[in-house]
Design a protein around this ligand. Structure first.
Ligand code: UDP
Length: 310
């Protein structure tokens, strides 16, 4: 297949590009590099089936060749980015998604939206199932991302219903692994960088809030299966193993063998108290479930960060 990935120089986008090339597909990545990094593409830059275009998808997109599949991953995605790039995030999810769906329509291509567990907001149920409508503060600091993804989902369903575009919606929960930026601001890169530098780990709030972390190779497998499945409704993709942020901090200190302390910082506004995907739908429709345990994924990720810091 000829596949376009928007946000293809990002953490998930670049892993996806590498995986799809290895499956024998042709891949074109678009990225404006505001949070993506062309270094993420260094393993595949010489591949004759790969091309990269530095481009902002909030502008009209015109590609000369045919396209079979578009994977729309373009957006800053770390809560730290919500304050840095609030308008770009809304534009990427809104205007960007509109342009990319327009491209899918023009090319008669299939379309997959990288949506997010953030559509559930500070969820009032745990675990979250796909039929939960969420609890989002649209005017809070996270609202820019949450509402951008909710609008993107609404647009995707509108193109599916009105124009018959064959669409997929992946609701991606916390994912981690090599190629996360060390200054990304998300909890795993923060804690690993702090632990490797023997600095205190900054736990926000009292650390009792929970998350469930999926290793990136498991996520890539899930996305590929979703691409190939005939499923138009949203599917949660994530690892249901839930831990508190304090436990995560302790685990990372232990795994790095460091001697960092833990320091408590104020909890950011609207920080979700619990998050765990119900993956019944992914299991039954895609025959998928995560394979990489947190301990193993953290070991690989810590090794990668060590090499970056050296
Ligand atoms: N967090 C933390 N210390 C940090 C960064 C994040 O305690 O240095 C907490 C954050 O408040 C949240 C959780 O870790 O409860 C996950 O945050 P992250 O930014 O990774 O993503 P989120 O799941 O909130 O989108």
């Amino acid at each position: 297949m000829k596949i376009v990935i928007t946000g293809g120089a990002g953490f998930v986008g670049s892993h996806l590009a590498e995986f799809l090339l290895a499956q024998g597909h042709q891949v074109t990545c678009l990225d404006n590099l505001i949070t993506g990094n062309s270094k993420n593409l260094e393993n595949i830059r010489g591949n004759e089936n790969f091309s990269f275009i530095e481009y902002d998808v909030t502008n009209y997109i015109d590609l000369p060749d045919s396209v079979d599949y578009i994977l729309h991953f373009a957006s800053p995605a770390s809560p730290a980015d919500f304050a840095r790039f609030p308008i770009q995030i809304l534009k990427a999810g809104g205007v960007g998604t509109l342009n990319v769906l327009g491209l899918a329509k023009a090319k008669k291509a299939k379309f997959l939206l990288a949506s997010s567990s953030e559509v559930y907001g500070d969820a009032l149920i745990n675990p979250q199932q796909e039929d939960y409508w969420g609890n989002v503060n649209q005017i809070g600091p996270r609202g820019v991302y949450d509402e951008a993804k909710r609008f993107a989902e609404a647009l995707t369903m509108a193109y599916h219903r009105q124009h018959g575009i064959d669409t997929r919606i992946a609701r991606i929960f916390n994912t981690y692994g090599p190629r996360m930026r060390k200054d990304d601001g998300r909890v795993i890169p923060n804690f690993i960088t702090q632990a490797l530098n023997d600095e205190p780990l900054t736990v926000f709030g009292d650390g009792s809030q929970t998350r469930s972390f999926c290793y990136v190779s498991d996520l890539i497998q899930a996305i590929y299966r979703l691409m190939l499945a005939e499923v138009n409704e949203p599917v949660n993709l994530g690892n249901p193993h839930e831990i508190t942020i304090r436990e995560l901090a302790e685990k990372i200190i232990e795994t790095t063998g460091g001697k960092s302390a833990i320091t408590l910082k104020p909890l950011p506004q609207d920080d979700p108290k619990t998050r765990r995907p119900d993956i019944t739908r992914a299991k039954s429709l895609l025959g998928w479930q995560p394979q990489v345990a947190l301990d193993e994924g953290l070991r690989i990720t810590i090794e990668w960060f060590k090499n970056q810091l050296n």
